[in-house]
Design a protein around this ligand. Structure first.
Ligand code: 0PR
Length: 357
C-alpha cells in the first residue's frame, strides 16, 4: 500500500483531529468488533452503554437513550427521521436555521420531508420570529444549532424548545462540534437547560475519539421506538440504528477518550482553544483584517481570495464560509506555535498579493 496520511501541522479548518492516545489504542483493540450485533460482540456493546452514559453526563441527561453513530450526519438524519415518523401529518416539515449543517439537506432528501430554512439575526443565530412564522400544524421538528459549523454560534435553545412543543414537534439540538466545549460556557443548550428531545454530539470532533464516532441521544427510549425495525437474523429483536454493521473502533475509542478526558481534560482543551482563538483574533485585527467576534472558538476573518489562495499554496489547509471569510477551527492539534507560523506566512505573503477583498 502506498502513501501516508497528511500531517496535522497545517490543518486549520477541519473539525477532525488526531485521536487521544488512549482512544487510538482502544480503536485498534476493538477493530474487529461490531456493536450492531450486541449478542455476539458483548464487550463492545457494554462499552457503548458506558459511552452513552458519559455523553448523558456531559449533556445533563440522566438515563439517556442513544448510540454511537458514524458521525453527525447520521445522527442528524436519524433525529429528523424520529420527528417525521412520530408526526401525524401527511406532509411534514422541519424548521432549521440557515446555519444548519448540510446534513439536514441530506436528511430532507432521504426522508422526503420539507425543510424550512429560517434566516439568522445579525449575530448569526436563528431569528425566533421567523421560526414562529415558519411553524404550522405540519411541523414535525425544529432544529437548533449549538456550535454552528461556520461561526461557532449557539441558537436560543430554550425558546426553540417552547416553540416546538407548542406545535407538538420535537426539538433537536445539533451540538456535533460544540458538545464537548459547551459544558464549560454559560450557554443554555442541553437537556438539563431546556425541553430538548434529541441531540447530536460527536466524540470524533472535539471529543478526541477516532473516526467514526458520532453521538445521538434522546430524552427517552420511546423516541427510538419510532426508528426500530425487527431483526430476524440477530439474537437481539430490534435495531434502531441507521447502519447495520458498525465500527467497534469508533465506539471503544469514544468510551476511552471520555473516560480519560471528562471533565478535566476537556475543560483544559476548552480553555486552550479559547485562548488560541483570542490570540488569533487580536493578531488578525492588528494586521487590519475584519474578524467576526467569536463565541465558541472558531475564528472567521475577511481575507482576500488572493491571500487565501497563497496560503493554500503554502500548504495551509484553510477553508471559507459561505460568505468567503477564512475560517480557523481551534481543534486540539491547533497550537500557538502553529498559529504563529501561520501569521508569519501571512506577513510574508501580504506584500506579494492584493489583500483587499
Ligand atoms: N453538525 C455540525 C454542526 C457540523 O459542523 C458537522 C460537520 C456535522 C453536523 C456533520 O458531521 P459529520 O461530518 O461527522 O457527519 N462539520 C464539518 C464541516 O462541514 C465536517 C468536516 C469535518 C468538514 C472535517 C471538513 C473536515 O476536514 O466543516
Amino acid at each position: 500500500m502506498r502513501g501516508q496520511p497528511q500531517d496535522f501541522d497545517r490543518v486549520l479548518s477541519s473539525m477532525c483531529t488526531p485521536p487521544h492516545p488512549v482512544a487510538r489504542e482502544a480503536a485498534e483493540r476493538y477493530l474487529a468488533t461490531n456493536p450492531g450485533d450486541p449478542a455476539t460482540y458483548q464487550t463492545v456493546a457494554d462499552l457503548e452503554d458506558d459511552a452513552v452514559a458519559m455523553l448523558g453526563d456531559i449533556v445533563g441527561l440522566d438515563d439517556p437513550a442513544g448510540y454511537i453513530a458514524s458521525g453527525g450526519t447520521e445522527a442528524n438524519i436519524q433525529a429528523v427521521r424520529m420527528a417525521r415518523n412520530r408526526s401525524v401529518s401527511s406532509d411534514p416539515n422541519v424548521v432549521v436555521p440557515e446555519s444548519a449543517h448540510f446534513s439536514f439537506q441530506k436528511a430532507a432528501d432521504v426522508l422526503a420531508i420539507e425543510l424550512r430554512i429560517a434566516p439568522l439575526t445579525d449575530n448569526y443565530t436563528v431569528d425566533l420570529g421567523a421560526v414562529k412564522r415558519f411553524c404550522d400544524e405540519d411541523t414535525a421538528g425544529i432544529v437548533g444549532v449549538a456550535g454552528s459549523t461556520e461561526y461557532g454560534r449557539v441558537d436560543p435553545i430554550p425558546e426553540l424548545a417552547n416553540i416546538a412543543h407548542r406545535h407538538d414537534a420535537l426539538l433537536h439540538v445539533d451540538a456535533a462540534w460544540g458538545g464537548f466545549l459547551l459544558p464549560f460556557t454559560d450557554h443554555d443548550w442541553h437537556f438539563g437547560h431546556a425541553g430538548v428531545d434529541t441531540l447530536t454530539i460527536d466524540p470524533h470532533k472535539m471529543g478526541q475519539a477516532a473516526i467514526p464516532a458520532g453521538g445521538l441521544l434522546a430524552r427517552e427510549d420511546e423516541l427510538f421506538d419510532a426508528l426500530a425495525v425487527d431483526t430476524p437474523y440477530l439474537e437481539s429483536a430490534k435495531q434502531a440504528t441507521l447502519t447495520g454493521t458498525r465500527s467497534g473502533a469508533g465506539v471503544a475509542s469514544a468510551a476511552a477518550a471520555m473516560q480519560e478526558l471528562w471533565p478535566d481534560g476537556y475543560r483544559e482543551q476548552y480553555e486552550t482553544s479559547v485562548a488560541n482563538a483570542d490570540f488569533l483574533v487580536d493578531a488578525l485585527r492588528e494586521r487590519g483584517f475584519d474578524v467576526v467576534e467569536p463565541d465558541l472558538p472558531i475564528v472567521t476573518a475577511d481575507v482576500s481570495s488572493e491571500l487565501f489562495e497563497a496560503l493554500r499554496e503554502e500548504g495551509w489547509r484553510v477553508s471559507t464560509t459561505g460568505s468567503d471569510e477564512m475560517r480557523v477551527v481551534m481543534m486540539p492539534h491547533v497550537t500557538r506555535e502553529m498559529l504563529s507560523a501561520f501569521l508569519t506566512d501571512i506577513d510574508r505573503l501580504r506584500p506579494t498579493v492584493n489583500i483587499n477583498t
